[in-house]
Design a protein around this ligand. Structure first.
Ligand SMILES: *Cc1c(COP(=O)(O)O)cnc(C)c1O
Length: 325
C-alpha cells in the first residue's frame, strides 16, 4: 500500500462516556504517524505517490492559514524531496493556528497569501502553469479520499478480529469531505452496516455537503454508488458561527474528552465529538464510533527553526483574523 504511517490505528471504548444501550468507541487516527498524525496522513501518501509517478518535483496546494493539510503536505512532501508551495487564506486566530503556520515555515513550505478563495484560484493557476502538481484543499479529491476507502477496510478487519463490535454509526468531522466520503464508500464496499454521520465544520455548508456526496460516489465502482451516498448523512447543527469559530457545545465536548484523556481542537474535532456525545445521549445507536482526526504528535520537533510569532510576515499574520465577537 502506498503511503505513510502505522496501521491499523487503535480502537477503544470510551466507557466513562458510554451509556447503557449506547457504547461510545474511538478510532485513533490521531496516531497515524509518530511525527505528525491526523487524518491528512492517509490522504497525502497516495497523492504524493501520484505526483512522483508523474515526474513532478513541486507540489502546490491550498488551505486556511492554520491548515493541517498544508502542514501534512509540507512534512511528508519534504521527506520525499519535493518542494511544497501553498496558497493560504484567512481563518480565525487561535494558538493552534499560529503554531501550524510557524511549523509550515519550519518545513520550508513557500506560502502565498491570498485575500479570498477566488484570489487563491488565480494564484494556484499561475503555479500550476509553472508545472506544479496540484493538490486541492484538504487533499480531498478521489486519489486522496481513497486513503479513507482503505481505512474502512482496516476498520472491517478490526471488526472481524474482534477488536470492536460492528459500529452502527460512525461520527466524523466534515471539512473538505475526503475523509467522510472515503469512509462511506469504503463501508459500502466492505458491506458493513455502519452509517456515517458527517458533522459539517466548513463553509458554505451546502457546497461542502454536495461535494462530499459526489466524492463518495466517485470512490466506488458504479454498482455501489447509491449505497455509498445513502450511508453518508450530514448535519450542520454543530457549525456555529462558521469555520474556525469555537462553539459552546464544542467547548463542553472538549472538557468531556479531556476527562478521558482525549485532546480536541475547536475547529474540527470538538464539533464532531459534540455530535457523537449527542448521539450517545439520544441512544441513537448501540455502537457509536467517533473517528478522531487530530494529530496527537508533539509539535515541538516540528517547530525547530520556525520563526517567532513576532517575526512572521505581516501579510501572513493578517490572515490569522481576530476572532469574531
Ligand atoms: C481536515 C480535518 C478534518 C476534515 O477532514 P476532511 O477530509 O477535510 O473532511 C477533520 N479533522 C481534522 C483535525 C482535520 O484537520
Amino acid at each position: 500500500m502506498p503511503g505513510f504511517g502505522n496501521y491499523p490505528t487503535p480502537v477503544n471504548e470510551l466507557a466513562a462516556l458510554s451509556r447503557p444501550g449506547s457504547a461510545l468507541w474511538i478510532k485513533h487516527d490521531d496516531l497515524t504517524h509518530p511525527i505528525y498524525g491526523g487524518n491528512k496522513v492517509r490522504k497525502i501518501g497516495r497523492l504524493l505517490d501520484d505526483a512522483r509517478r508523474r515526474g513532478k518535483d513541486t507540489i502546490v496546494t491550498v488551505g486556511a492559514i492554520g491548515s493541517h493539510h498544508v502542514l501534512t503536505t509540507g512534512i511528508f512532501g519534504k521527506s520525499v524531496g519535493l518542494s511544497i508551495e501553498a496558497v493560504v487564506v484567512a481563518q480565525p486566530r487561535t494558538e493552534h493556528v499560529l503554531e501550524n503556520l510557524r511549523a509550515d515555515l519550519a518545513q520550508g513550505v513557500s506560502l502565498f497569501p491570498a485575500s479570498s478563495y477566488v484570489h487563491a484560484a488565480f494564484v494556484l493557476a499561475s503555479r500550476i502553469v509553472h508545472g506544479a502538481y496540484y493538490i486541492p484543499a484538504g487533499g480531498s479529491n478521489r486519489i486522496g479520499a481513497l486513503g479513507y476507502v482503505d481505512a474502512a477496510g482496516e476498520l472491517a478487519a478490526q471488526v472481524r478480529d474482534g477488536a470492536l463490535p460492528e459500529p452502527d454509526l460512525l461520527v466524523v468531522a466534515l471539512g473538505s469531505g475526503g475523509t467522510a466520503a472515503g469512509l462511506a464508500a469504503g463501508l459500502a464496499r466492505e458491506g458493513l452496516r455502519t452509517r456515517v454521520l458527517a458533522v459539517t465544520v466548513a463553509e458554505p455548508p451546502g457546497f461542502v455537503e454536495r461535494a462530499a456526496l459526489a466524492l463518495a460516489a466517485q470512490c466506488v465502482e458504479r454498482g455501489l454508488r447509491r449505497d455509498a451516498r445513502a450511508r453518508l448523512e450530514v448535519t450542520r447543527s454543530y457549525l456555529g458561527d462558521g469555520y474556525g469559530y469555537a462553539t459552546e457545545a464544542g467547548a463542553r465536548a472538549m472538557s468531556a474528552a479531556q476527562s478521558v484523556g482525549v485532546t480536541l481542537d475547536s475547529t474540527y474535532t470538538a464539533k464532531a465529538f459534540a455530535g457523537a456525545l449527542d448521539c450517545v445521549a439520544a441512544g441513537r445507536a448501540k455502537t457509536i464510533l467517533y473517528w478522531h482526526t487530530l494529530s496527537s504528535a508533539p509539535m515541538a520537533p516540528l517547530l525547530v527553526g520556525a520563526p517567532a510569532e513576532s517575526a512572521l510576515d505581516a501579510r501572513l499574520l493578517k490572515l490569522a483574523k481576530a476572532p469574531r465577537k
